[in-house]
Write a protein that binds this ligand. Sequence first.
Ligand code: ZN
Ligand code: ZN
Length: 232
Amino acid sequence: VLQLILDSIFPKKCVGCKKYGSYLCADCIKNIHQFELICPECGQPSNGGQTHLNCRQALGLDGLWSLGLYKPPLNQAIQKLKYKWIKEISGVLTNIIVEYWARYQPFLLGEITKSGGEDWVVVPVPLHKKRENWRGFNQSALLAKDLASKLGLKYGDLLIRTKNTKSQVTLSGSDRRQNMQGAFALKLNCQLKTANCLLLDDVWTTGSTIKECCLVLKQAGAKKVWALTLAS
Ligand SMILES: [Zn+2]
Ligand SMILES: [Zn+2]
């Protein structure tokens, strides 16, 4: 009943075409561009998003899977999730991830299901406490929890942000990396000896944030670390 009342006061509207009825309509979902995936180290096309063999770094990412490009309607959906506190969009987006993941570039999904998913854990990129308190939630944690439950994988809030970094928006690539250095740490008592991690964030820009998180996870013993983002 409460949901019905809420729906009539705040009717759901598509973030793309503004049509009423859902947060993202079927037509707009079709416009979420599934493109060639890239290697997270060199940015060049790569099968399934795997890091090219000669791009591999000891403590670097094993690959990057991204749902689509950071343009309408995906960027609008992400902005609604982050700045308008419309948390329900998280469920809509993770449904699309699950559907598209099996359909396009399923290499990573194959890796996960090969082992029955037992040794995989979905890890959100954390916000700094101050930022999270201001926003009231961490959008990446919301997505990660949702995705883990839909895929039957473990969810692990394993990282903390120890540095309240400057906004990355105005920084260049190398400044971004420097800005992020030492920004994350592993939570106490976390053991990652045999774990593989799916590191979840909303957007991949230069990758400096996710790469810094990957470093911490691999230093703690994680075997494979893949980045998974809504947009890039
Ligand atoms: Zn629409
Ligand atoms: Zn490469």
